[in-house]
Design a protein around this ligand. Structure first.
Ligand code: IPE
Ligand code: IPE
Ligand code: MG
Length: 232
């Protein structure tokens, strides 16, 4: 099996999965956070080098306050567990998204997670929190414009490489395969610049029920595809 270098995942369907069991949406989120641990381990075992997951979008703030609170609470617990897991599994963890809008204690946990795992050489694991591609690109453009206004950058120096270096994903190769669970077939503002040539895979399996076997299935489908980058 030819394993993709970078797999990006939109973890969707926590709420619907819980509802199908007669349980509240937050039960689905809790189960979904267990799936994250399972899949980071699986990705590592399969030899995937980069894994990026979408945990909370810039649009998710518009959900009911109690659901947002529950997601933030789960985030705290997950990040704490992840600090230990990263050390145990040699995992380098980075957060993408606008973290400055998160609660101060979450920002501190993120700093601890990123700093403590920076030297690890196994799986490169990116978690998108308060992430939206449009927001990411606007933040990049602002910083580029500031540099230019200060006379430190000429407009003709701005090319794809320079722009990408201002994104949250700088130093991270573009995804080869994107998996979205739970049936929806859209990108929901995820890695729009980075996924210009990514293969897309959609499955009806909801995130809390996603397994290593489902990940392998996605990789097998990816293997059967004829990847192209605009050439013939
Ligand atoms: C994904 O599951 C988790 C987040 C977006 C935080 P959802 O909460 O979107 O679950 P559905 O799509 O409503 O079933
Ligand atoms: C995308 O899922 C965001 C995350 C998985 C964090 P959503 O469930 O929020 O996306 P939409 O609203 O269905 O597009
Ligand atoms: Mg959803």
């Amino acid at each position: 099996m030819n394993v993709p270098n970078h797999v990006a995942i939109i973890m969707d369907g926590n709420g619907r999965w819980a509802a199908s069991k007669g349980m509240p949406r937050n039960y689905g989120h809790a189960k979904g956070s267990n799936t994250v641990e399972l899949i980071t381990q699986a990705a590592s075992d399969l030899g995937i080098k980069y894994l990026t997951i979408y945990a909370f979008s810039t649009e998710n703030w518009s959900r009911p306050a109690d659901e947002v609170d529950a997601l933030m609470k789960l985030m705290r617990e997950y990040i704490k567990r992840c600090i230990r897991k990263a050390a145990k599994n040699n995992m380098k963890v980075r957060i993408i998204g606008n973290t400055s809008k998160l609660a101060p204690d979450i920002q501190e946990l993120i700093a601890e997670l990123e700093t403590s795992s920076a030297g690890y050489t196994g799986l490169n694991f990116q978690i998108a929190i308060n992430y939206g591609s449009r927001d990411e690109m606007i933040r990049a453009v602002r910083r580029i414009a500031e540099k230019s206004a200060d006379g430190l950058l000429k407009p003709e120096e701005i090319d794809e490489e320079l722009f990408a270096s201002y994104l949250d994903t700088k130093e991270i190769p573009d995804p080869d395969l994107m998996i979205r669970t739970s049936g929806e077939q859209r990108l929901s503002n995820y890695l729009l610049w980075q996924m210009a040539y990514t293969e897309l895979y959609f499955t009806d399996v909801p995130w809390p029920a996603f397994t290593k076997e489902e990940l392998v299935k996605a990789i097998e489908v990816y293997n059967g595809r004829n990847r192209r980058f605009g050439n013939i």
